[in-house]
Design a binder for this molecule. Structure first.
Ligand SMILES: Cc1cc2nc3c(=O)[nH]c(=O)nc-3n(C[C@H](O)[C@H](O)[C@H](O)COP(=O)(O)OP(=O)(O)OC[C@H]3O[C@@H](n4cnc5c(N)ncnc54)[C@H](O)[C@@H]3O)c2cc1C
Length: 526
């Protein structure tokens, strides 16, 4: 068969598309094969009800790397983000509420309602986190050195990494090490006294995590969420015009303009390997497509345990991948609404609360107890809930006067004890509405449609093994030089010509394009 392609990318998630676009920009002939009917993976907009265009999985943008946006000219291809303002709205059971705004003075006035001392500490906290985020951020587009080091080159790479710490004080270096190991709650306790502020900030520490705010390592996730920005403003998160699919479509169009070919409805069944070298793929319907290089946008377990014959991989590598933890605890619910939720703690519609991420999460202990349920295989009876209404920024996503609401929830463990998600999906959806109803009594009366995506559904729909939203836990033992496994963090794999280009590689999950960018550099280098 005629073979016109240099590289096959398996999966058209935003990272696979980034890899494809960079390779095509460098003159390679690239084919992307996607199992679903649309591109984007977890960054998609789907019309799940007539007239409602829903970001079914990811819903906010911040981490998308500016370098990628610039070099792939994504704005020219329609990528546009509206930064949230206010950023957060937390209603509390005692009727009080906390807003966090883009305007520093307004935020400080809000914090001062709960603690004057915290209002004074907050600017210092932000400046401190920003200093650490700048250092951590510089690692995102860096290929990790081999660990343990294989030769002098790796030692030099480690020295270069140490160089990135230049300019940080000794206390800040200690702080950086601590933030990688500490719990979000311990980290926040050092700064603040008010429960309301701490819990509003702590939610970022547990999004996507397999752990509560008191689990070591969650402080890093908090930092991870501070690393990006919108339109050059650090730490802001925003809604993408047209929904999250607009990010992926912009990357796909940028790639197509450079010659990338994309085939949807083309699930790959197997990666072809001969004499330790990848030479193509077989589609589920049996078609074989040859290429010298194959890059997988799929998570590591799917890539190596499902698509690659274990006989083509070293046994210790296969074992390490089997040990790579990728069970998720997040659930996504999408609603079509006839109106806006009325909060008892802040009545009035429409209001600034509807433009923010709305938290249902009254205390750090509440989140920790929610995690306690999940540890023993139960969805949280009182879950942490984040709600967003993208139609407040982009009304074109729903029919006139109607809204979409995205509900992101922790904790819904993939593996349930003594039952299944197929049995629990609807009863648990009702429980979620019960919890929201305590804060917004009209939620049921305005809900026209609902879609509940449990971790099992995230696995079935988006191909996320174990439903993990980051392709694998973002814990210290699965990060940087250890992602996905020690010795294989450079996007290369034990099979020559086979690369990883998705979130299971450094620097992990989120709509940021960094793994895709770094993988393209590794492929071009080889
Ligand atoms: C519910 C949810 C909410 C999230 N919220 C946010 C958020 O608000 N902001 C944020 O930054 N991040 C968020 N994330 C995380 C973020 O969306 C992901 O980390 C990121 O999109 C993953 O991108 P990727 O390109 O690495 O992989 P994916 O998007 O997972 O892409 C992999 C692609 O491979 C395809 N595929 C699978 N198997 C095959 C096969 N056999 N053959 C061919 N193709 C195949 C899949 O269909 C998919 O298109 C969220 C994730 C989820 C699930």
């Amino acid at each position: 068969m005629l073979d016109p392609f240099d590289v096959i990318i398996i999966g058209a998630g935003h990272n696979g598309l980034v890899t494809a676009a960079y390779l095509a920009k460098a003159g390679r002939r690239v084919l992307v094969l996607e199992s679903r009917e649309l591109v984007g993976g977890c960054a998609v907009t789907e019309e799940i009800w007539p007239g409602y265009r829903v970001s079914t999985a990811s819903y906010l943008s911040s981490l998308m790397q500016e370098k990628v946006v610039r070099e792939l000219q994504l704005e020219k291809f329609g990528y546009q983000v509206d930064a949230k303002d206010p950023a957060f709205f937390s209603p509390f059971p005692d009727g009080r509420h906390l807003f966090m705004w883009q305007d520093r003075a307004k935020t400080l006035a809000e914090i001062a309602k709960f603690s004057q001392k915290d209002a004074e500490a907050y600017p210092k906290y932000e400046a401190y986190l920003e200093r650490l985020a700048i250092v951590a951020e510089s690692l995102l587009l860096t290929t990790p050195p081999d660990f343990p080091p294989r030769g002098p080159g790796d030692f030099i790479e480690f020295l270069k990494l140490a160089g990135k710490l230049r300019g940080l004080s000794r206390a800040e270096i200690v702080g950086l090490v601590k933030i990688f190991t500490q719990s979000a709650a311990d980290f926040l306790d050092q700064w603040f006294e008010s429960e309301q502020l701490k819990v509003t900030l702590a939610t970022d520490g547990v999004i996507g995590a397999n752990g509560g705010p008191r689990s070591p390592g969650t402080a890093y996730i908090l930092l991870h969420h501070c690393m990006g920005g919108v339109n050059g403003h650090r730490g802001l998160w925003g809604f993408v015009r047209g929904g999250m699919g607009a990010v992926s479509n912009a990357i796909a169009d940028s790639g197509r303009a450079k010659g990338v070919k994309i085939r949807t409805n083309a699930p790959v069944a197997r990666i072809l390997v001969k004499d330790g070298r990848a030479h193509g793929v077989v589609l589920q319907l049996g078609e074989e497509i040859e290429a010298k290089v194959v890059a997988s946008n799929l998570d590591p377990r799917r890539t190596f345990l499902k698509l690659t014959d274990s006989a083509d991989l070293p046994p210790d590598f296969v074992q390490s991948i089997k040990n790579f933890r990728s069970e998720g605890t997040s659930l996504k619910m999408n609603l079509a609404l006839s109106g806006l939720p009325e909060f008892t703690a802040y009545p009035g519609s429409p209001g600034p609360q509807h433009r923010a991420t709305m938290h249902i999460c009254p205390s750090v202990e509440y989140i920790e107890r929610a995690w306690d349920d999940a540890k023993y295989g139960k969805p949280s009876q009182n879950p942490l809930i984040e709600m967003t209404i993208p139609t407040m920024y982009d009304p074109s996503l729903a029919p006139p006067g109607r809204h979409i609401m995205g509900i992101f929830l922790q904790y819904a463990p993939y593996t349930l004890r003594g039952t299944t998600w197929d049995e629990q999906r609807e009863p648990y959806a009702e429980r979620i509405l019960d919890v929201i109803e305590q804060y917004c009594p009209n939620i049921r009366s305005i809900t026209l449609e609902r879609q509940t995506l449990t971790p099992l559904d995230l696995e079935r729909r988006f191909g996320l093994t174990g439903g993990n939203i980051f392709h694998g836990e973002m814990s210290l033992d699965q990060m940087f030089v250890l992602r996905p496994v020690a010795g294989w963090a450079k996007y290369r794999t034990p099979v020559k010509g086979l690369y990883l280009c998705g979130s299971g590689a450094h620097p992990g999950g989120g709509v940021m394009g960094a793994p895709g960018h770094n993988a393209a550099q590794a492929i071009l280098k080889d």
